[in-house]
Design a protein around this ligand. Sequence first.
Ligand SMILES: [Zn+2]
Ligand SMILES: [Zn+2]
Length: 221
Amino acid sequence: MVFPPRCRICKKPSVDIMCLDCLATLPRISGSICVKCGKPTLREVGECRECTGRRLYFSFARSGGIYAGVLKDAIHELKFKNGKKLAPYLAKFISSAASDIADDIDLVTFVPLTKRKEARRGYNQSRLIAEELCLGLSKGLFTGLIKIKEVPEQNKLGLNERTRNVKRAFAVSSPVKGKILLVDDVYTTGSTVNECARQLKKSGASEVFVLTIARTPLTGR
Ligand SMILES: [Zn+2]
Ligand SMILES: [Zn+2]
């Protein structure tokens, strides 16, 4: 007996790893956003409440979609099961969010994992996306951003704790210059990408832009 190939997300028969229905229902961010962090807002703002009064080292952040539904499932698959197979689909999904940055950047980089964690997982999902974007945008990959310390799980922490947590978790191991596109899977409070951007700028990058596959829907702010 031959089992038909299935979509890794909805499990319906499909020759594609991610079927057309799932691709079509990814919760894309469209409409007004905070120009700084890319958060969906009722009307366009230069800085949302979360960005105000905060030292942000990246010029702006954009995300492909909301971390919910099909996209949340797809990112979970990317991280824990089918990273290599799903990366091209998700990179394509966020490439439109990168289009206004594309001409301006010199190099693409990604939020690193510690060596130990990457060895355990077998790959770094953010690196896979960054590599796909490099191909699409004809840019080089910068691999000198490294994670030197494991930090406690960020999920249940507030912004201040997260910021304190990620301090000194990252470093840059080789010189860098120019404008950098920093890729990550999910933007939650932005403390991780902000710390990475701080390190990159400290090491010579003139500007850092952030692109994530998704961002968490923030409520009550
Ligand atoms: Zn599907
Ligand atoms: Zn904002």
